[in-house]
Design a protein around this ligand. Structure first.
Ligand code: FCB
Length: 453
């Protein structure tokens, strides 16, 4: 099973999850520093203070990427390293770090793919309202301008946002992620201001007039009814509306899904943060869409409740995970078909746009065995089945250009702290020793063959 010529195989990480060195070289605090240091927010009280110490182990990590034959590496820039206060003066030492990273990748013939926002908002901006405030969209575009100017000669692939649904709904709706605010109204305002920030950032980058590839990454989950009843069908449709269409529709059609807007308007949410002209800005053409895929939602109708812990409760919907069926260490169902379904849907319903899978992978309860290796056969089987699903999407005409496995290293898994391991490389946190897992060796073979046996 071969993939198209020029297909790019890589891995992904995010700044706060791997870098550590949170007080170094002028970096300011982000909402994740505040959140992880607040008791009770992150499992075991883990924080990203040290994480994988990637900031200090850059060369070693780059060598490891080259060893595995990676062709692309998706990473994110920590906004608070560039603008410690979220606006105003630029911290040159922060830019220098990413310059070293990008140079190091290119010396090893690895394509850099840069994400501007993977959830580490400068705390100073949260103090002024965060993503619930329109000002943050403008600050974001400024920050993007600074980084773009510094690195646009060396980076060919640019992603404005990572998973705006998660930023908005887990950060400002459920409160399970930083900054920990709750309410459908703040989550909707955050959604709009994130998307507006994307649009304004696109405008900035486009004005440079180069031929870099610009896009945005969404986490997309097909949502199906758990039973074939009218109520479950309606609940699944609403879930799809909030999880997927609330992002795809404005980006590709310049409009918000009417059913979702009226659902919230009927419940008294004030949507006046959407201003004249915003949707035009949000829908400027992108060069590619990044898709993060983990699983499908199976939805059951449930009583409508204010958001807390359980996603979609404000929609009168509840995700069900059936007892039978394989699950990852996150408890997420293993569901490769959903990836194919989503990729084909984007092409059929939205646009025949180039797509990169910018994240896919699974958590496994990995450990170093007595022989000194990490035998993660569950991960190999997970990746194998998802690569096959991606291949099928290509056969059905989807313009899929590359695939980034989440993740390169085990890392700080947000509210789960270090308890969940997603890497193809094991990190022994106490010593920071890196041990490539069986899946890393296997993936190196996939890359060499550009396909599966
Ligand atoms: C995604 C995030 C990424 C990682 C994976 C497991 O939602 O973008 O940072 O935590 O989930």
């Amino acid at each position: 099973m071969r993939f198209p010529e020029n297909f790019l195989w890589g891995t992904a990480t995010a700044a706060y999850q791997v870098e550590g060195a949170v007080e170094e070289d002028g970096r300011g605090p982000s909402i994740w520093d505040t959140f992880s240091h607040t008791p009770g927010k992150v499992r075991h009280g883990d924080t990203g203070d040290i994480a994988c110490d990637h900031y200090h182990r850059l060369e070693e990590d780059l060598d490891l990427m080259a060893d595995l034959g990676l062709q692309m590496y998706r990473f994110s820039v920590a906004w608070p390293r560039i603008q410690p206060e979220g606006r105003g003066p630029t911290e040159q030492k922060g830019l220098d770090f990413y310059r070293r990273l990008v140079d190091g990748l290119r010396q090893r013939s690895i394509q850099p793919m840069l994400t501007f926002y993977h959830w580490d908002l400068p705390q100073a901006l949260e103090d002024r309202g965060g993503w619930a405030s329109r000002e943050t969209s403008e600050r974001f575009a400024e920050y993007v301008g600074v980084v773009y100017e510094a690195l646009s000669d060396e980076v060919g692939y640019w992603i404005t946002l990572n998973e705006p649904w998660v930023s908005a709904w887990m950060g400002y709706g459920l409160g399970t992620h930083a900054p920990g605010r709750q309410g459908s109204d703040t989550a909707l305002a955050a959604t709009h201001h994130l998307l507006l920030g994307h649009g304004l950032a696109m405008e900035r980058m486009r004005s440079a007039g180069d031929d870099n590839q610009l896009g945005v990454t969404l986490n997309l989950h097909p949502a199906h009814p758990s039973r074939d009843t009218r109520d479950d069908n309606d609940a699944a449709r609403r879930t799809d509306g909030q999880a997927n269409r609330l992002y795809l529709d404005p980006l590709f059609r310049g409009e918000y899904p009417e059913d979702i807007l009226s659902f919230y308007a009927e419940r008294g949410v004030d949507l006046s943060f959407v201003r004249e002209g915003d949707l035009q800005k949000i829908s400027v053409p992108i060069d590619f869409l990044g898709v993060n895929y983990y699983f499908r939602h199976l939805i059951r109708e449930a009583p409508e409740e204010p958001l807390s812990q359980v996603p979609f409760s404000d929609l009168g919907a509840r995700p069900i995970v059936p007892h039978e069926g394989e699950k990852t260490a996150m408890g997420w169902p293993v569901d490769p078909e959903g990836l194919m379904e989503m990729l084909v849907r984007i092409k059929d319903e939205y646009a025949d746009v180039p797509i990169y899978v910018t994240e896919n992978g699974c958590a496994v309860d990995d450990y170093i065995d007595p022989e000194g290796g990490v035998d993660d056969e569950e991960r190999i089987s997970y990746l194998d089945s998802h690569f096959r699903a991606a291949h099928e999407a290509i056969e059905r005409g989807v313009d899929l250009r590359g695939y980034m496995v989440w993740s390169f290293l085990d890392n700080f898994e947000w509210a789960e702290g270090y308890s969940k391991r997603f890497g193809i490389v094991f990190v022994e946190y106490g010593t920071q020793r890196r041990v490539p897992k069986a899946s890393a060796r296997w993936y190196a073979g996939v890359i060499r063959r550009n396909g599966l046996e």
